[in-house]
Design a protein. Sequence first.
Length: 148
Amino acid sequence: MDFDVRFASTQRDLDAGYALRRAVFEDEQHVPRWLDRDALDFNADHVVAWDREGRCVGAGRIVRTDHRTCQIGRQVTAADWRRRGVGAAILEALERMAALRGVAEVFVHSQLDAEPFYLARGYEKEGERFQEHGVPHVRVRKLLPPLR
């Protein structure tokens, strides 16, 4: 792998993840910043991916919604790193983090374009399409296997 994924443990990690989210959501997808950054960022656990040159190329977060469930969200990959395994590695790290927290189930409000990505990784579609911040989404969920 030409990148490393780690739990965001420093302010530098968090700031780099936020900057990448801004580039993807605001610049590429034209989502207003106030719809990306929210109060849940302060209570979330974050993951970041760094390339060999020290650039953040992926990010995501989990937010606990109840005693057994977390929502995975704000998952992004830098445009020039897509389809190179970064997204899958970020998702795997987020799922691992959730499992370490004792969570049994995760769900994602997936943009429609990303639905096949999640389905290929064991997620199941749940319910109908819906609009979130003006963007079509679908909810997908996955039961996590117990840690060994």
